[in-house]
Design a binder for this molecule. Structure first.
Ligand SMILES: Nc1ncnc2c1ncn2[C@@H]1O[C@H](COP(=O)(O)OP(=O)(O)OP(=O)(O)O)[C@@H](O)[C@H]1O
Length: 623
């Protein structure tokens, strides 16, 4: 019998409670450690909390237990500078852990923050790991087994082996506590493979299906790596922030989401996470940065702004993660990413750990991405570029003029049948910003509370819309591609492609807003003659995901000249995740299909139709 994720959570609750009582003893404040004491052999006395010994607990001024220095100069959150220092160096971490706590330092600068840190889990008792406050994203009802027999391909030299449990990985007790607070009982397959690879000091290009836990897969090794840093001296510059890790994502909402997740994972660890994105007041972000930052989550546009103002330096970056990496490196945007990674002071590849994650990884993008990586491992979990089997996909032939009434039928049926209950959230994707506004208006007029998210709305409106949708106040969200990638919105039961995208990868990401973390979902697409280029890849994708392909779609697919088998980009076959280095094509002049000397500049035979190329009036997902 299959056990659900929820069952696993329930079964583990008692164990968790026992271990937590032991492990949550809060450390007292740690402070400055004189250089001669740094990196001293650990004390023989086991030190559960990973603190420096009493004799070492002397602050910068020589007074015991003080915390001023660490607050002001370590980016600890206080913002005050110790006048005796005469400079504003930033010193992080200390190898003060006694034996028994492994390589974990106590993140001196962090302890002061711990006292005032808002509990992102919402509970009043921050030490109560078993609290039930983490309700919004409660991982109940998740079918963990859905991921158990997923195919995995790893290539690259000496890939560190995967693990089966979080406890097999030395992530550090504080991070482990947060993993338990998140109610993550077992690592998902991408986490099982990716975390040991990065902790093993390797660069990584990772493909895994939508909703399969990639965020934690790159956050855990970053947080854990920063926590275990022995000692980091940052340069002295009054108003420049020197993050140790940079996480880039293509949209503002996704950056905010990653920031929220990373804050949960790093709660009480002393690791400081800051987000910077366009459309929001920069001054607030600057103030946050001034208070110190270990992990900076950003959209590329705002990051370049901060770099050009010299308010952020990438000089100390040890970890670089690109989420939705294929989007970040597609035609329109690659120069900006290249500038950030190669021309703005970031340590060269090989001197930092670089991680690229996405659910889709076209061969051409893999080739570009390999410029940023050093001797990397390629990891493919699941049928890459495919949708997950957890999503039931339907395609209906609907003429443009009939789309609204068809949508209305779907919504009425959903409401009346109560198939997914009253709380059902429906995400409707359209092509243009105008189209989004007009459909939203029409839905509201017809008694279906809806809201919209697209690039013409202010950031405040976008955030409000997302909140209103998540809360169920407006259970229909009409969106452009700005909401296609990465957003993890619990309880989205139905994704409707009112207008299909031109690119099958965008379709994969859009429908991936449902059927997440082992839950099932439904995706309906309206197809007509305007979508002929998608017929073949769509039919193939559906077939691969064991979905019923309508006979009319199969006929269109067999007739279609363009739009060809995009899976060939991934190497073809049932298991599509393929390291481009393993194909005979490595280093040769290929087009997106892997055809030597292909039609230049035209991916899939549709001019300017890949990724970054947006037609006028069409929404860009880029911030
Ligand atoms: N080990 C785990 N146990 C339980 N739930 C998990 C685990 N890891 C991640 N999750 C949950 O799974 C959901 C999806 O995770 P995440 O958003 O990281 O997916 P993703 O792979 O990045 O998806 P996308 O490709 O759409 O960006 C989140 O709600 C997250 O909290």
């Amino acid at each position: 019998m299959r056990t659900s994720w929820a069952d696993s959570v329930a079964n583990s609750a008692s164990e968790t409670a026992v271990s937590d009582n032991n492990s949550l003893r809060r450390p007292t404040r740690a402070t400055y450690v004189p250089p001669h004491l740094r990196n001293r052999p650990a004390s023989d006395t086991p030190n559960i909390s990973g603190l420096a010994s009493e004799s070492e607990r002397t602050n910068f001024n020589g007074t015991a237990g003080g915390s001023q220095w660490s607050r002001s100069s370590m980016g600890g959150g206080g913002g005050r500078t110790n006048p005796e220092m005469g400079r504003q160096s930033q010193v992080y971490g200390y190898a003060g852990a006694g034996r028994g706590v492994g390589r974990w330092n106590n993140r001196i600068g962090g302890w002061d923050r711990r006292e005032t840190e808002v509990n992102p889990f919402g509970g009043s008792d921050e030490a109560d790991v078993t609290d039930q406050t983490f309700s919004e994203q409660e991982n109940s009802g998740i079918n963990f087994d859905a991921y158990e027999d997923i195919p995995v391909e790893t290539s690259g030299e000496n890939a560190p082996p995967p693990v089966n449990t979080f406890s097999e990985i030395d992530l550090g007790e504080l991070l482990n506590q947060n993993i338990r607070r998140c109610k993550y009982v077992k690592p998902t397959p991408i986490q099982r493979h990716a975390i040991p690879i990065v902790l093993g000091g390797r660069d990584l290009m990772a493909c895994a299906q939508t909703g399969s836990g990639k965020t934690a897969a790159f956050c855990f090794p970053i947080i854990s790596g920063i926590m275990s840093e022995q000692y980091v001296q940052r340069p002295h510059a009054a108003r420049t922030a020197y993050p140790l890790a940079l996480i880039l994502s293509p949209t503002r909402e996704l950056s905010c989401q990653i920031h929220d997740e990373a804050k949960k994972f790093s709660y009480q660890t002393g690791v400081k996470v800051v987000v910077a994105y366009g459309g929001a007041p920069i001054n607030r972000q600057l103030r946050e940065l001034e208070r110190g930052v270990d992990i900076l989550v950003a959209t590329p546009g705002r990051l370049v702004d901060l770099l050009e103002r010299a308010r952020v330096s990438l000089q100390m970056i040890k970890y670089l993660a690109l989420d939705e990496a294929d989007r970040m490196l597609d035609m329109g945007f690659e120069p900006q990413i290249r500038k950030i990674v190669e021309q703005m002071g970031m340590p060269d590849r090989g001197m930092r750990r670089t991680m690229l994650f996405s659910a889709t990884f076209p061969r051409e993008i893999q080739r570009l991405a390999s410029d940023f990586l050093s001797n990397y491992i390629f990891l493919a979990v699941g049928r890459v570029g495919s949708s997950t089997d957890l999503i039931v996909q339907r395609v209906e032939f609907v003429q443009e003029s009939d789309k609204r009434s068809n949508l209305m039928d779907l919504l009425h049926a959903q409401r009346e049948n109560g198939v997914h209950g009253k709380q059902t959230l429906t995400l409707v994707f359209v092509e243009t910003k105008k189209g989004a506004d007009s459909l939203e208006h029409w839905l509201c007029l017809n008694g279906f509370p809806a809201t919209t998210i697209h690039g013409d709305r202010t950031q405040q409106e976008r955030e409000l819309a997302l909140r209103s949708f998540k809360s169920g106040k407006t259970p229909i969200l009409v969106a452009t591609d700005v909401a296609a990638r990465g957003l993890d919105i619990p309880h989205v039961a139905h994704v409707v492609n009112f207008d299909l995208p031109n690119d099958i990868d965008d379709y994969v990401h859009r429908i991936g807003r449902t059927g997440r973390a082992g839950k099932t979902g439904l995706a309906t697409a309206f197809f007509n003659e305007g979508n002929l280029s998608l017929a073949k890849p769509l039919a193939e994708l559906m077939q691969e995901a064991s979905q019923e392909v309508p006979a009319w779609l199969a006929r269109y697919a067999s007739r279609t000249l363009y739009g060809g088998s995009k899976n060939r980009r991934y190497g073809g076959g049932r298991f599509g995740g393929r390291d481009f280095r393993r194909e005979g094509s490595y280093g040769r002049n290929l087009d997106h299909y892997g055809l030597v000397g292909g039609n230049s500049g035209s991916a899939y035979g549709v001019p300017g139709n890949y990724g970054g190329g947006y037609a006028p009036g069409v929404a860009s997902a880029w911030d």
